[in-house]
Ligand binder design. Structure first.
Ligand SMILES: Cc1cc2nc3c(=O)[nH]c(=O)nc-3n(C[C@H](O)[C@H](O)[C@H](O)COP(=O)(O)OP(=O)(O)OC[C@H]3O[C@@H](n4cnc5c(N)ncnc54)[C@H](O)[C@@H]3O)c2cc1C
Length: 376
């Protein structure tokens, strides 16, 4: 195969992996100023799920494709409920298939030579292809294959079901981001409830812990919750989604420096929350606009704060509900949305820090610093 193109301004580009980051970049193929864009996809089923995010300036394309939005959301614990409202930073839900369809459509429209290659089924063959011939064949390879979580990384693991009821029971005016009024015996646990209309909702049992559970643990938790708070025991399941998201440092799928890492492989998952969709878009738009290589979309300070927060959570899981409650209580809707989207202002950080138990956080901040010193 031929190395580099004759035209100095036009590049040959490969994108590896057809998930959120791979397709989000392919949709912007036009901005890559490429002679050709080749997408390497692994053949596998892609179950439908939803992405939640707060409205931010870099998310206009996602907002165009939204399924629903809420200007109000809440965090509930046994201590009480925090209600947030935001006019500017509404919370959105986007169906993965709608986003992929939009990305595929934009990719097809791009004025560049396009190619989609389905990778071999066996993993050794698949990975050999990416690391040998292709280094020579392309100017840039963007790699979105999933990263590996470091040992002892806390995982966010969940199962959600989208249900339809016979009677109108849901309040579609408010999104429940965290409801901790559920059993905590299997780890830090809350329900995430997005009501699309009075009859339809996504109800997700979410845990933070070292390893995923058997499916029946999530199922039982969801059924108990629906019975207890919505008096529901009959409903139709329209869809279900499961996920495992690492909350902490990850190692790229392949550390080779000639690969440009993007998406979760490029550190886009926000460690303390598991949110990634918004950060993936932010990362891609940033490097396309600045014509740089992809960088982490998080600030060093956010990553450091998240590290301390996660150390506190890991060692003190029982106080998790009150930590999230106090954090939500300290902020209003706008500052909460900004903080969780990596756009916190100094005042937001002061409010967050002052809402946390000082001595506990100081203790773990020192532990994180000492560990870093030892590792380096
Ligand atoms: C069910 C679920 C719900 C989520 N909800 C939210 C949410 O509400 N909000 C939010 O912000 N984030 C959410 N996330 C987290 C995050 O947005 C996703 O994990 C996001 O899809 C990450 O995108 P990615 O492209 O980095 O990785 P992926 O989407 O996982 O894409 C990786 C791609 O690489 C491919 N691949 C794997 N191995 C190979 C190989 N050897 N060769 C080639 N290709 C390979 C895979 O087929 C896949 O297509 C959710 C995640 C899940 C799973």
């Amino acid at each position: 195969m031929k190395k580099k193109t004759d035209n100095a301004n036009k590049k040959t580009i490969a994108i590896v992996g057809g998930g959120c980051a791979g397709w989000s970049l392919a949709a912007r193929a036009e901005q890559l100023s490429a002679q050709s864009v080749t997408l390497y996809l692994k053949e596998e089923a892609r179950p439908s799920h939803s992405w939640g995010f707060w409205q931010m300036p870099w998310l206009s394309d996602a907002i165009l494709n939204k399924k629903a939005k809420w200007h109000n959301w809440q965090v509930i614990t046994e201590e009480g409920t925090v209600n947030h409202h935001s006019f500017t930073h509404a919370y959105y839900s986007l169906k993965s298939e709608d986003w992929f369809n939009w990305c595929q459509h934009k990719f097809q429209l791009a004025n560049t030579k396009k190619q989609i290659i389905k990778l071999p089924v066996t993993s050794t063959e698949r990975n050999r292809i990416i690391t040998s011939q292709h280094k020579k064949a392309f100017d840039y390879i963007y790699d979105s294959r999933p990263p590996k979580a470091e040992k002892n990384t806390l995982l966010q693991h969940f199962k959600g079901i989208e249900i339809k009821t016979l009677n109108p029971v849901f309040n579609s005016g408010v999104a429940t981001l965290m409801d901790f009024r559920v059993s905590q015996e299997n780890g830090i646990h809350f329900m995430y409830v997005l009501c699309y209309d009075a009859f339809t909702a996504l109800v997700e049992s979410t845990f933070f812990g070292p390893s995923p559970h058997q499916e029946e643990i999530y199922d039982t938790a969801i059924n108990d919750y629906l019975k207890r708070y919505y008096n529901l025991d009959k409903f139709e399941i329209i869809n279900s989604e499961i996920g495992i998201i690492p909350m902490g440092e990850v190692k790229p799928f392949d550390c080779n420096p000639f690969l440009y890492k993007i998406g979760s492989n490029g550190g886009a998952i926000r460690p303390s929350s598991g949110y990634a969709f918004s950060f993936i878009q932010k990362q891609i738009i940033h490097f396309l606009n600045k014509q740089t290589k992809p960088l982490t979309p998080h600030t060093k300070f956010d990553l450091w704060m998240d590290k301390v927060f996660l150390e506190v959570l890991k060692s003190n899981p029982k106080i998790a509900p009150s930590l999230f409650f106090n954090l939500a209580k300290a902020l209003n809707g706008d500052s909460f949305a900004r903080f969780l989207s990596g756009e916190g202002k100094i005042w937001d950080y002061i409010l967050v820090i002052s809402s946390m138990p000082k001595w506990l956080f100081l203790k773990y901040a020192f532990k994180v610093i000492i560990k870093k010193e030892k590792d380096s």
